[in-house]
Design a protein. Structure first.
Length: 302
C-alpha cells in the first residue's frame, strides 16, 4: 500500500490508491456519479486529479478544461464543514476564485450558508437516475419505441451477451476506435478526452471495482457497457458504446446489462448530458425517475 497523503500534501491519483480511496467511498456512499474510484481514475489524466486525507475526510482536487483549479466535494462520515473549508483554503492559494464542483444540491445548501459561498446551478452535470425495473421491463406506452428497437434487433441478429473479460477487452477497444473514427474524435476535444478515459477503464478493467458486459454478433462485439455500485441503492453506468451499423444495439446493451448485472439495485444512475441536446434527448427517452442535481460552490469575491 502506498503512503497515505495528508492535507495539504496532495498527491497524483494512481491505481495503487484504489484501496484507500474506495474504503472512504464505501463508508460514506456518494449520490453523484463522479465519486467512484473508477470514475476519478479513468479521468485522472484529463483533470489532473490529486488527493489526500484531511479532517478524517477524502479530499480531491483537479483542473478544469481551461486549467482552472477546482475541488470535488469532500467525502467523510462527520460534519463536512471543516473539510469544505480546508479545500477552499488550499484553492485560495492557487486561484483567486476557489470553486468546488459537482456538489450534490442537498449537500451544498447548508454549507454554502455556513461558509458564505455562492451557489451556481450545474444542470449540464446533473445525473439522470432511473428505476432499474423500468429499464429492465420497459413497460407501458412510453417505452413502446424502445421495445420495438429490442424486438427488431433480436429478430435480425443472433447475438450473445457476456460479462466483460480479458478476451473481450480487445474487441471493445476496437469498437471504441471505430466509433471515434465515425464521430471524428480527433477533431472534437471532448470526444477525444472521453476516448482516453474509456481506454483507461478498459485497459485496467481487471484491477478496478466495476463490472462490464458486451453484446456480440457473429463473434464480434457490437456494444459494451461498464458500471459499478454507487451506493447501496444505486448502480452507476460510466460507459456505454455501440456500433451504429447495428440498429437497436444501444437499447439491447442497456436492457441486458441492467437485467443481468444490476437487478438487485433500486436505481440506475446514467450520468449527465453535458449540455448536449442529442445526449439529453437520448437520456430523456428512457424517462428518468429523478435527477441528482449538482451545483458549483464558489467563494464570494471580497
Amino acid at each position: 500500500m502506498q503512503p497515505t497523503p495528508h492535507y495539504p500534501d496532495f498527491k497524483p491519483l494512481s491505481l495503487a490508491d484504489r484501496e484507500q480511496i474506495t474504503s472512504f467511498l464505501h463508508r460514506s456512499p456518494p449520490v453523484t456519479s463522479e465519486l467512484t474510484f473508477t470514475n476519478v481514475f479513468m479521468w485522472r489524466h484529463h483533470y489532473n486529479f490529486q488527493w489526500c486525507l484531511g479532517e478524517n475526510s477524502l479530499l480531491i482536487i483537479g483542473e478544469s478544461d481551461n486549467g482552472h483549479p477546482f475541488a470535488l466535494p469532500p467525502v467523510g462520515q462527520n460534519d463536512l464543514t471543516l473539510p469544505f473549508r480546508r479545500l477552499l483554503d488550499y484553492l485560495s492559494g492557487v486561484t483567486p476564485t476557489p470553486e468546488i464542483h459537482r456538489v450534490p444540491e442537498t449537500l451544498a445548501q447548508g454549507h454554502a450558508k455556513a461558509l458564505s459561498l455562492e451557489i451556481e446551478e450545474d444542470r449540464a452535470n446533473s445525473d439522470y437516475v432511473y428505476l432499474t425495473e423500468s429499464l429492465i421491463n420497459l413497460s407501458g406506452r412510453k417505452y413502446h419505441r424502445k421495445r420495438n428497437q429490442l424486438k427488431q434487433f433480436r429478430n435480425r441478429y443472433p447475438y450473445s451477451y457476456e460479462p466483460l473479460n480479458s478476451r473481450l477487452i480487445e474487441d471493445c477497444l476496437e469498437l471504441e476506435e471505430q466509433w471515434c473514427r465515425l464521430r471524428s474524435c480527433s477533431e472534437n476535444p471532448a470526444l477525444l478526452n472521453e476516448e482516453q478515459a474509456i481506454r483507461e477503464a478498459l485497459l485496467h478493467y481487471q484491477e478496478l471495482d466495476c463490472q462490464g458486459a458486451a453484446i456480440s454478433v457473429d463473434g464480434k462485439v457490437v456494444a459494451f457497457s461498464l458500471g459499478e455500485p454507487l451506493n447501496p441503492d444505486t448502480a452507476v453506468i460510466h460507459i456505454e458504446k455501440a456500433n451504429p451499423d447495428f440498429p437497436g444495439s444501444y437499447a439491447v446493451i442497456n436492457q441486458e446489462f441492467c437485467q443481468h448485472a444490476w437487478r438487485d439495485f433500486i436505481y440506475i444512475n446514467r450520468e449527465q448530458d453535458l449540455g448536449e441536446p442529442g445526449l439529453q434527448r437520448a437520456k430523456l427517452s428512457y424517462y428518468p425517475d429523478h435527477m441528482s442535481n449538482k451545483v458549483t460552490l464558489r467563494a464570494r469575491e471580497n
